[in-house]
Write a protein that binds this ligand. Structure first.
Ligand code: SF4
Length: 250
C-alpha cells in the first residue's frame, strides 16, 4: 500500500480536465431532493410498519478550517441578520452549533453518552438527524442555508476519487469512470454542462488533496490524550480537541 505522502502527490497531480471528462460521462444534476443533507431512513425489513424503520443521523466530514469558515460566515455575511440554523432558529456562533465529533469509533458510556477517541468532525445535526444547515421551503424544496460556505464534501457529492486515504461517502460506488466514483444519488445520469463539470472536478481534486493533508496532519499530531470532561477527544490535524473545539491541554 502506498504511503499517504505518495497518495497526496498523486492527488496533487490529478488532471481537472480528465476528472471533468469522467463527471460529464457519468452525468449529474442536483434535484434538490435533500437526501445527502438529511437523516437516512433504513427499512429494517421486519414488516411494513413505520415502527420497523430506523433513522441514522446525517454524517458528513467537515475539516477544522471549514468549521471556522461556517462560523465566520455566520458572523460576517449575516451581521445584522445572523445565519439561522434549521435546528431551532438558534444562530451559529459556537463550534458545537456547526460540528460534532464523528461518532465512528466512539462507544456508549455508562450514562448513555458517547466516550472515546475519534479522528474527524462531522457537520452538526438536528434532533431529527438532519444537517443543521438544511431547510425546506413551504413547497418542501430543500436547500442549504450555508450554501456559499458549505464544505468540500457537500460541494462534490455524489462523487469521490479512488485514492487510498480519501473518503468514499455513503457506501459503495454505484458508477465509476477512470478514478472518479459516483455514489447513490437520484441526480446521477443527468446532463451536466462542461463548465459545471469542470467546477465540480476542481472541487473534487481540492477535496482529495485536503483529505490527504488532513490525514497526514492527524497522523503526525496524534498524541494520546485523556478523555475530556464529557468523555470524547477528537484528534484532528491541529491536535487533540474537546467536542466544543477547544484544545485538550495535558
Ligand atoms: S452544509 Fe449544506 S449542503 Fe452540506 S449537508 Fe448541510 S445542508 Fe447539505
Amino acid at each position: 500500500m502506498q504511503s499517504l505522502e505518495a497518495e497526496l502527490e498523486q492527488a496533487r497531480g490529478l488532471s481537472v480536465s480528465e476528472l471533468a471528462d469522467a463527471i460529464e460521462s457519468i452525468g449529474f444534476e442536483c434535484t434538490r431532493c435533500g437526501a445527502c443533507c438529511t437523516a437516512e431512513t433504513n427499512d429494517d425489513g421486519a414488516d411494513s410498519d413505520a415502527d420497523a424503520e430506523t433513522t441514522e443521523a446525517h454524517t458528513a466530514t467537515v475539516f477544522p478550517d471549514e468549521v471556522r469558515t461556517l462560523l465566520e460566515g455566520a458572523e460576517e455575511d449575516f451581521d445584522d441578520e445572523p445565519r439561522e440554523l434549521a435546528a431551532d432558529g438558534a444562530t451559529a456562533d459556537e463550534w458545537r452549533d456547526v460540528a460534532r465529533p464523528m461518532p465512528y469509533g466512539l462507544a456508549e458510556g455508562e450514562d448513555g453518552h458517547l466516550v472515546g477517541e475519534t479522528f474527524e468532525w462531522a457537520l452538526q445535526t438536528t434532533a431529527c438527524g438532519d444537517c443543521v444547515f438544511y431547510e425546506e421551503d413551504e413547497q418542501g424544496v430543500g436547500g442549504c442555508v450555508a450554501h456559499e460556505d458549505r464544505p468540500l464534501i457537500c460541494r462534490t457529492y455524489p462523487f469521490s476519487v479512488a485514492l487510498a486515504g480519501t473518503s468514499q461517502p455513503m457506501g459503495e460506488a454505484v458508477d465509476e469512470e477512470g478514478l472518479v466514483r459516483a455514489h447513490e444519488c437520484e441526480g446521477l445520469g443527468r446532463d451536466i454542462s462542461r463548465a459545471d463539470a469542470e467546477d465540480l472536478a476542481a472541487a473534487l481534486k481540492e477535496r482529495a488533496v485536503r483529505e490527504l493533508e488532513e490525514a497526514i496532519g492527524v497522523r503526525d499530531n496524534y498524541e494520546p490524550a485523556s478523555p475530556a470532561s464529557d468523555g470524547v477527544v477528537v484528534h484532528d490535524s491541529e491536535g487533540a480537541k474537546r467536542p466544543d473545539g477547544t484544545p485538550v491541554e495535558e
